[in-house]
Design a protein around this ligand. Structure first.
Ligand SMILES: *Cc1c(COP(=O)(O)O)cnc(C)c1O
Length: 433
């Protein structure tokens, strides 16, 4: 038995499904998850010593590649000074300033530990500030696993085939209204009917948890216009896109919209558990201890996590974004070409440097209902052929391929050379519908 199989058997005996987060379990692609022993730059290594070109990137955080020496050194230095104090540190203000410098609408910032907490808190703050109950989200957008936001929530749930989640009461989601993404008529109609009751619209300004589904031109501006006109708040969930698609996230890349609140995570923690929410000072000051909206966390603003975040943002300069953009442009073009040569109908979609492929679909995918029609069986065959060739893709057809500034030409060439065989595997697995 391989070390990997032994690791999985051991984990299965003591951890539900053997994993600490469900998509890692390979549920939608089959087979055993790869147990990682270490990672460096664009590569990860499993417990048997096998090397993979890693396109999981910790599901987003690894913008600089794995174990960047300067980030590791910053974390080691912080660790030597103490792991957690339960008291404020100067580093928290430094990281909050770095966030605000990139996204000036985040005049004040609160640090938390996960994207889930950031979104949950943003929603509570919006409800507290407006005195209204209703929350609007879009089908296929994921905002973490808090109860109110687990309605039609995209990748992890689509992957698991779960309709929502057991244990979330009808009451918890009754005040969450779900609208199709990119559906201007539906959101207009909803505001016309119930605008005065809506506390906030929360959106992924470029959707990346149902595969990549970019906003149609004017869609985010419409959300801003409607929320502003009806006294509701607009929450940009940039946990995935923030500090990844540009130095100032999707907000800076697209421009023209002024959301009330932002949530950040993934890249902002540089691989450590750290996330944040930010917005206008007057709004953010409604959080405890200044205001009536409660939020807290024993490990919030943890010194190791803030050190990793500060180092990551400091290193993520224009050159980093150029490298990620050009790696993404090159690889996405090669992926599409390989599928075309193998006769696999597909739709490749991009949002900045993020991209994903919908196998079996050819016209634009603009919402979740369409994304669900992709051929996940063909993706499964493609995924395993890539893995056999030493390329680790996210184990879900609903995820972006995560590139980093460490993916150099050699690593990209390794991925490209694996494509023909994998695309052929997808071709033979295409469901004949
Ligand atoms: C990953 C993600 C979250 C949740 O973040 P966690 O740190 O996993 O809790 C929220 N929103 C978006 C858009 C995400 O991609």
């Amino acid at each position: 038995m391989s070390g990997n199989d032994a690791a999985f058997e051991r984990a299965l005996r003591i951890i539900p499904g053997g994993v600490s987060s469900p998509v890692r379990a390979f549920g939608s692609v089959g087979g055993s998850p790869v147990f990682i022993a270490r990672a460096a730059g664009p590569y990860s290594y499993d417990v048997d010593g096998r090397e993979y070109v890693d396109l999981v990137g910790s599901w987003g955080p690894a913008l600089l590649g794995h174990a960047h020496p300067e980030v590791v050194a910053a974390v080691q230095a912080a660790a030597a000074r103490g792991l957690s104090f339960g008291a404020p540190t100067v580093a928290e203000a430094e990281l909050a300033e770095a966030i605000s410098a990139r996204v000036p609408l985040a005049q004040k910032v609160r640090l938390v530990s996960t994207g889930t907490e950031a979104c949950m808190t943003a929603v509570r703050l919006a409800r507290g500030a407006t005195g209204r109950d209703l929350l609007v989200k879009f089908a296929g957008c994921y905002h973490g696993h808090s109860d109110a936001l687990l309605a039609a929530a995209g990748s992890g749930l689509a992957t698991g085939g779960l309709p929502g989640s057991a244990g979330v009461t009808a009451a918890a989601t009754a005040q969450t209204l779900v609208v199709p993404y990119n559906d201007a008529d539906a959101i207009r109609a909803l505001f016309a009917e119930r605008g005065g009751e809506i506390a906030a619209v929360i959106t992924e300004p470029a959707a990346a948890n149902m595969g990549i589904v970019p906003p149609e031109p004017g869609f985010n501006a419409l959300l801003w216009e409607l929320t502003a006109a009806h006294g509701a708040l607009l929450i940009y969930d940039e946990v995935l896109t923030g500090f990844r698609v540009s130095a100032s996230g999707w907000w800076g890349l697209e421009g023209g919209v002024e959301p009330d609140l932002f949530t950040f995570g993934k890249v902002v923690g540089g691989g450590m558990p750290l996330a944040a929410l930010g917005g206008r000072a007057g709004l953010m000051d409604m959080l405890a201890p200044l205001g009536p909206v409660y939020q807290a966390g024993t490990l919030s603003g943890n010194p190791l996590a803030t050190a990793a975040g500060i180092a990551t943002l400091r290193l993520a300069d224009a050159g980093v974004y150029e490298r990620v953009d050009s790696a993404s442009a090159q690889l996405s073009t090669e992926v599409s070409a390989a599928f075309t040569r193998a006769g696999v109908p597909h739709r490749l979609q991009r949002a900045g440097s993020l991209f994903s492929v919908f196998i079996g679909l050819e016209s634009p995918v603009r919402d979740y209902a369409t994304a669900l029609r992709q051929d996940t069986g063909a993706f499964r065959a493609f995924f395993h052929a890539m893995l056999d060739a030493g390329v680790a893709l996210p184990p879900s057809a609903y995820e972006a391929w995560f590139l980093s500034a460490a993916h150099d030409q050699h690593a990209l060439d390794q991925v490209v050379s694996a494509l023909p065989v994998a695309a052929a595997a997808a071709a033979s697995a295409l469901s004949s519908s």
